[in-house]
Write a protein that binds this ligand. Structure first.
Ligand code: NAD
Ligand code: MG
Length: 417
């Protein structure tokens, strides 16, 4: 439930009006964009904590530049290295480590806002912690929502946390709900949602060449510069499949109410169609600083550093239906959304393992949907989806995917037709 400012009295309501911000995953693509926006508004925000996995150099630079109270490296050796490098700089930055350190960063009393920007299921527990502590949570990290959106929404209604979508499409939909936004609730008079996507780097690649595309080609997205995992997801369109599930969770709609359209210019970030025939859209240059600034300042608006949209320069907006043969991941995700229970968590786990194997050169691009389909046929879902059940099914799906990949990688060459 969205309760504007409900927890401010309990969560460090700073008398100077400056809001404390924690970034989970600060060294990633979203983390960098968030820090760029925050640095433009020192009078409104203060960086309280930054977290990363292993990237010591980048974290060290961020510590020097933003001087957080706390810096967390999940990797214990990386934390030691960071401590060592920070020694002697005379900055009062406490370095913590491990999953415990991540959860502590998410819950710090000095921070009002938590940007959830870790990649994958790894972000679930710290994001949940931020929600339980009643923070304004900026959700970029979509995998926890896919796995357990109902739990995040339930916990938010208990704690008074504000769940604000930062994924550009969901942030666009949020902006196209003039009647207001209640996480998980249906919106009055909404007929359907159009979820847009660019179609990724292989929109027009001949189908028989897809199996041998390289990780570098898959990560060269035509419109957005993103982390490697989401870049591969954008090439298979599993990203759009995960986003379909994310939209069902956030906006309380059925999968049938969502239509995915390819929009190569990536200027219209999504649209909402209403019973009276109105269709509302949110437009802008493709830059994640827009949704981040929107959610940081909401319900205000503030400067994000993003260039204003020049409509004449854009000149035309194209829309087309995705080809189901080219993008089988879309069908798999839509199926998972319809089946429900722990199926979205299973599909997400299988996809994470498959993408890691593809990025490591172990399997071919077209093996990704095969691995997911195999896991879906092997791992039985649970109707009941409490956290422990979700985590157990996530683990079973990862194991099934690994086993299948071990069989695939005995093949003589990468990828199979
Ligand atoms: P990224 O790979 O660039 O960054 C990931 C961050 O998470 C890094 O700071 C890394 O240190 C940290 N991290 C990785 N594994 C971790 C682990 N096991 N434990 C703790 N921290 C870990 O990813 P990104 O592109 O910034 O994406 C982050 C999330 O935002 C993803 O869920 C993605 O789907 C979503 N998202 C990204 C974009 C985008 O434009 N990049 C857009 C919409 C949504
Ligand atoms: Mg998106």
């Amino acid at each position: 439930m969205i309760v504007q400012g409900a927890r401010e009295s309990a969560q460090g309501h700073h008398s100077d009006g400056v809001r404390g911000v924690t970034i989970l995953g600060s060294t990633g693509s979203i983390g960098l964009s968030a820090l760029d926006v925050l640095a433009r508004h020192p009078q409104r925000f203060r960086v309280v904590a930054l977290t990363a996995n292993t990237q010591v150099e980048r974290m060290f630079e961020q510590c020097r530049r933003h001087v957080p109270d706390v810096a967390v490296m999940r990797d214990v050796r990386a934390a030691d290295e960071l401590r060592h490098k920070l020694d002697g700089l005379g900055l009062l930055i406490e370095v913590r480590s491990g999953d415990e350190g991540l959860n502590q960063a998410a819950a710090l009393a000095q921070s009002d806002i938590v940007v959830a920007a870790i990649v994958g299921a790894a972000g679930l527990l710290p994001t949940l912690e931020a929600v339980r502590f009643g923070k304004r949570v900026l959700l970029a990290n979509k995998e926890p929502l896919v796995m357990s959106g109902h739990i995040l929404i339930r916990e938010a209604s208990r704690s008074g946390a504000e769940l604000l979508p930062v994924d550009s499409e969901h942030n666009a939909i949020f902006q196209c709900l003039p009647g207001g936004y209640r996480a998980g609730g249906p919106s009055l008079g909404m007929r359907k949602i159009f979820l847009t996507c660019s179609g990724g780097p292989f929109r027009t690649t001949p189908l028989d060449q897809l199996f041998s595309v390289t990780p570098a080609q898959a990560c060269a997205h035509p419109r957005w510069a993103m982390g490697r995992k989401i870049s591969v997801d954008s090439a298979t369109l599993m990203n759009k499949g995960l986003e379909l599930i994310e939209a069902c969770r956030l906006f309380g709609v059925a999968p049938e109410q969502i239509e995915i359209v390819i929009h190569p210019q990536s200027v219209v970030h999504s649209l909402v169609s209403y019973a009276d025939g109105s269709v509302l859209a949110q437009l802008g240059n493709p830059d994640m600083r827009t949704p981040i600034a929107h959610a940081l300042a909401w319900p205000d608006r503030m400067e994000s550093g993003v260039k204003a949209l020049d409509l004449v320069e854009v000149s035309r907006l194209d829309f087309e239906r995705p080809d189901p043969q080219r993008f089988p991941c879309l069908r798999l995700a839509a199926e998972a959304a319809r089946i429900g229970g722990t199926t979205p968590a299973i599909i997400n786990a299988a996809n994470e393992v498959a993408v890691t194997a593809f990025l490591g050169g172990v399997v071919g691009f077209t093996d990704i949907p095969r691995i997911i389909e195999h896991v879906l046929s092997q791992v039985s879902m649970n109707e009941e989806s409490e956290l422990s059940v979700i985590l157990a099914d996530d683990a079973r799906a990862r194991e099934a995917a690994q086993q299948f990949i071990a069989g695939l990688s005995n093949r003589p060459k990468r990828g199979i037709q």
